[in-house]
Design a protein around this ligand. Structure first.
Ligand SMILES: [Zn+2]
Length: 134
């Protein structure tokens, strides 16, 4: 079962990222002037300082750049072990999402594995998690 997680506070910069799952879309912020992706989302480009930014949907697939397995039961309802990974989404160079790899045994996860986003809804937030593409 899904464990209640501390949810992000939505604001005008991050709302698209955290709610894109309602449309099954992984949405990232991008600078419209220099095309740099900006993550975590914020209203100013970290590359050129432009405020001309907007969110766009990316493919939702990606690759596991690195990961660790958590064995610590931080919450009584938490099922361990689970995988915390950094996923590089396809089509968004420079972006890494800190997320969980779900839907497989932790021993089956390896760096370089191809993954696809799935969304776990809690309240009005859709947490982007990833599962392996077989
Ligand atoms: Zn820029």
């Amino acid at each position: 079962m899904a464990v209640p997680r501390p949810l992000p506070r939505l604001d005008s910069s991050n709302r698209d990222f955290w709610t894109g799952g309602a449309n099954n879309e992984l949405r990232l912020m991008r600078c419209l002037d220099c095309a740099t992706f900006i993550h975590p989302p914020r209203p100013v480009c970290r590359n050129c300082l432009s405020e001309n930014v907007a969110t766009e949907a990316v493919a939702g697939t990606g690759v596991i750049a690195t990961f660790t397995v958590n064995y610590q039961k931080w919450h009584p309802a938490m099922e361990v072990p689970f995988v915390v990974a950094r996923v590089a989404p396809d089509g968004a160079p420079g972006v890494y999402l800190t997320t969980n790899i779900v839907g497989c045994d932790v021993d089956a996860v390896e760096i370089g594995d191809r993954v696809r986003v799935i969304f776990e809804q809690q309240d009005d937030v859709y947490l982007p998690l990833f599962q392996k593409i077989n």
